[in-house]
Design a protein around this ligand. Structure first.
Ligand SMILES: O=C1O[C@H](COP(=O)(O)O)[C@@H](O)[C@H](O)[C@H]1O
Length: 260
């Protein structure tokens, strides 16, 4: 049984990005102090990338032991390596190019010019094998992300899991291809909800009025096939990290004054 999600509301998008970067830094430092390593799944999108930019310029940035951080992605646009529209490219220029990460611990999702060529199904299967190889040897097929960052679209999509699409019915595979996505580019690779739910903590990030309805639905108990964000839950904690505009349709009691 996963605990109910909590919401934390910040005045605007800029403070949301700064506060989330500070929260993430603390979570990574604490996790590495306890275990020596930490594992994160990154998101693309406006706020997700802004958080990485804030992390890169934080004065406490190098409190994180970057060489001992395992980095994965929740979804990717299936485009050539280095395309400015790839989530990986955004994450590298915002943060990863500025810190001392171990390249062997950085696990970008496949690109359309990768070893499987322009075949997103083969690319997704390759990523699922990579996840499996990094999973603890206890019958799970994906590492336990300490934090899985997710953006949320106005249609309540998370990662590249769009409402009513077949990927939302997937309960065995951990990474799948998506064709015909309603948001360009049409071809993508995404973690499934089964993989996202292996995360200890899921943090859903949203800013702006245009996300308010999606946030209200995703914070509740809607069917994830219709509201993918409602299926994204961490097994120890789920946080909605919001600005005021994105939070304004939440019921009054949704924003917990004390987050456990
Ligand atoms: O296409 C995508 O969009 C979502 C949301 O992006 P945002 O700019 O509206 O915050 C993002 O989470 C996902 O990673 C990305 O591929």
């Amino acid at each position: 049984m996963t605990p109910p999600p909590c919401a934390v509301v910040h005045p605007d998008a800029d403070l949301l990005a700064k506060a989330t970067a500070a929260r993430l830094l603390t979570r990574l430092v604490d996790t590495q102090a306890a275990r020596g390593t930490a594992t994160i799944a990154l998101t693309g999108g406006s706020i997700g990338t802004a958080v990485l930019g804030e992390l890169a310029t934080s004065p406490a940035r190098d409190a994180v032991d970057w060489p001992h951080l395992d980095i994965w992605w929740g979804d990717e646009r299936f485009l050539p390596t280095g395309s400015p529209d790839r989530n990986e490219t955004g994450a590298r220029s915002a943060l990863l190019d500025h810190v001392n990460v171990d390249p062997a611990r950085v696990h970008p999702m496949p690109a359309s010019d990768g070893p499987d060529g322009d075949d997103p199904e083969a690319g997704a299967a390759r990523y699922a094998r990579e996840l499996l190889a990094a999973a603890p040897k206890d019958h799970t097929s994906v590492p336990s992300f300490d934090v899985c960052l997710l953006g949320i679209g106005p249609d309540a999509h998370v990662a590249s899991l769009f409402p009513e699409r077949s990927a939302l019915y997937e309960d065995e595979r951990t990474a799948v291809s998506v064709r015909g996505a309603p948001k360009p580019p049409a071809t993508r690779v995404t973690l499934t909800l089964a993989a996202i739910r292996r995360a200890r903590e899921v943090w859903l990030l949203a800013s702006g009025e245009g996300k308010a309805d999606a946030v209200r639905l995703a914070r509740g108990e809607a069917n994830p096939v219709r509201v993918p964000g409602a299926g994204a839950r961490g097994h120890t904690r789920t946080l909605f990290l919001l600005d005021r505009a994105a939070a304004h349709r939440l019921p009054r009691d949704a924003a917990a004054p004390e987050v456990p």
